[in-house]
Design a protein around this ligand. Structure first.
Ligand code: ZN
Length: 534
């Protein structure tokens, strides 16, 4: 048998149980069909074999992004970037909005994202009263970096009919001032309603070719950072339309696993289109449920009140009974369930719901999972272990949000957040991810986050919970693969598995940690095809 493609002269790290190292890999029909050293694979070269010299580069199993918001990332690519590097005070935010409104036709939406009140000198959200003077003719929406809050100007509030008499939806807050008028700031479900309506109406207006271009820009960005796979953690019907348009146009370079937002999943469940349905490139994943709010805007549901304003215990998106009912429903329909749970109260509710369908000990056949799991304290952790609940984690949070965690929880509790080492040691499967655009997508920063656990100001959170670089790499490969039932075809470089590879100029395990974020990606290969190269 001859190969379709042979990659040779590389440092090929299988990241399998035996830690095998190879120098050449042969691909046929998109699968790994030969592995060897030196010129071992020479005899497999036929007239049509493409032979590629890796020039000593380092190859890993393709990195898998277990939890992100690829479609929202695509949606905001053209929006204003208000991240900490760009906006340090509310005036900076207003300057960006003003500049944008001056070049935007009246009535057209202005979108921005990644601001956070704790990165702004005033330590508060901008409000409609700040935004109105600089955007008199355009509706404006600015998303908080957590994507658990946003702020609208008055025109936008009007378009969503949010006014004095509006009541906060279940699991959300329409913030109001002393005069009972909405300030423009919306939290959780109130924000989610705005995001979903805006996103869906924009997507609905696009042609298939516009959709595939829209999607391609974002997936190419993922591929350029070594990702061969992304689990989109908030998929509504319009998102499926976008991915399908991209797939049909042959413009879906990486594999997509959809996490289908429960409130809009009735069409799927009605048709009994369950987890696993789809193609090699585009697959229906779990039903996505929210147990609580976000960690950095302090709406994650906690049992001990936050130390920072508004000093509450966060927000449950629904009562514990309602959550249990939802989990029972989707479990009975045969879906994997992915529940966003950050605070200890949110995680407890989630585990109670999972226990209601799995029992206290289970191998968890549908792989119900926890998204984030920030406050997975020891008692919760042991319950998650007993039910074999995998967790999608975001180690990049430390370097972006870590100082806020210390303020909100106090230094001792902050040390106990995201206990990666304890989770791994107890046998919990961890999927590596970024929650992009909540945090930066770059897996090199995620790897460092897991290994260093440093906050922006240089404090180390929970030094005993640090992973080794090898463990961190396995989290982004084998670990993530488990969360989407892909461990039989992805996650390691072994015969018969998919030829999905990430190629870097150096091995993050073999260079100084400070150099890891600068190691260039050189190639991303999906099903034996080079989908991105430097
Ligand atoms: Zn998320």
């Amino acid at each position: 048998m001859t190969m379709d493609t042979i990659f040779y002269n590389g440092h090929i790290n299988a990241l399998d149980d035996d830690d095998c190292i190879y120098e050449a890999v042969g691909v046929s029909h998109g699968r790994i069909s030969a592995l060897g050293m030196g010129s071992d694979l020479k005899t497999l070269i036929g007239p049509k074999t493409e032979v590629l010299d890796l020039q000593g580069a380092v190859m890993f199993p393709g990195f898998m992004e277990a939890h992100n918001h690829l479609s929202i990332f695509a949606y905001l690519l053209d929006g204003i970037d208000l991240s900490a590097q760009k906006a340090r005070k509310i005036d900076d935010v207003l300057t960006f909005v003003k500049a944008e409104s001056e070049k935007t036709p009246a009535g057209t939406w202005i979108k921005g994202s990644r601001y956070a009140e704790y990165f702004l000198a005033e330590n508060r959200h901008p409000t409609r009263y700040d935004l109105d003077p600089v955007s008199p003719d355009n509706p404006v929406v600015l998303f908080h970096t957590s994507f658990h809050a946003c702020v609208l100007n008055s025109r936008a509030l009007e378009m969503f009919s949010i006014a004095r008499e509006s009541k906060s939806p279940q699991g959300g807050i329409i913030e109001k001032g002393p005069d009972s008028e909405p300030t423009g700031v919306l939290h959780d479900q109130a924000m989610m309603d705005v995001l979903n309506k805006l996103f869906s109406s924009d997507i609905a207006g696009m042609s298939d070719s516009e959709l595939s271009t829209f999607c391609y820009r974002a997936t190419q960005h993922f591929a350029s950072l070594g990702f061969v796979f992304a689990a989109d953690a908030l998929v509504v019907p319009q998102t499926l339309k976008m991915y399908q348009a991209a797939q049909n146009a042959g413009r879906l370079p990486i594999r997509i696993y959809t996490m289908n937002y429960a409130p809009t999943a009735d069409a799927l469940t009605g048709a009994q289109i369950r987890t696993g349905f789809g193609s090699n490139k585009l697959r229906i994943g779990p039903i996505k449920i929210f147990a609580d709010g976000g960690m950095s805007n302090r709406t994650a549901a906690v049992e001990t009140p936050y130390l920072t304003p508004p000093y509450g215990k966060g927000l449950k998106i629904q009562s514990q009974e309602e959550l249990i009912e939802k989990v029972k429903w989707y479990n009975a329909l045969g879906y994997q369930i992915a529940t966003h749970a950050q605070g200890d109260a949110g995680i407890r509710d989630t585990l109670d719901a999972y226990e209601a369908v799995l029992g206290a000990r289970s191998n968890n056949p549908l792989r119900h999972r926890i998204e984030h799991g920030g406050c997975l304290y020891p008692d919760l952790l042991s319950r998650a272990v007993a039910m074999n609940i995998p967790v999608a984690v975001q180690p990049v949070f430390f370097s972006e949000l870590g100082d806020g965690f210390i303020e909100a929880f106090g230094p001792e509790t902050a040390d106990r957040l995201y206990p990666f080492k304890s989770m791994l040691a107890a046998g919990i499967k961890l999927g590596g991810s970024s929650d992009c655009p909540v945090s930066e997508l770059d897996p090199r920063k995620g790897l460092c986050g897991a290994v260093i656990r440093s906050t922006p100001s240089g404090k180390i959170l929970g030094p005993t919970e640090r992973l080794t670089m090898d463990e961190a790499l396995r989290m982004y490969t084998q670990g993530s693969a488990y969360l989407s039932f892909d461990e039989g075809r992805n996650g390691t470089i072994e015969l018969g598995k998919r030829a999905d590879f990430t190629v870097m100029a150096a091995d993050p395990r073999r260079v100084d940690l400070v150099e890891v974020p600068d190691i260039p990606f050189t190639m991303t290969i999906v099903g034996g095809e080079i989908v991105w190269s430097a």
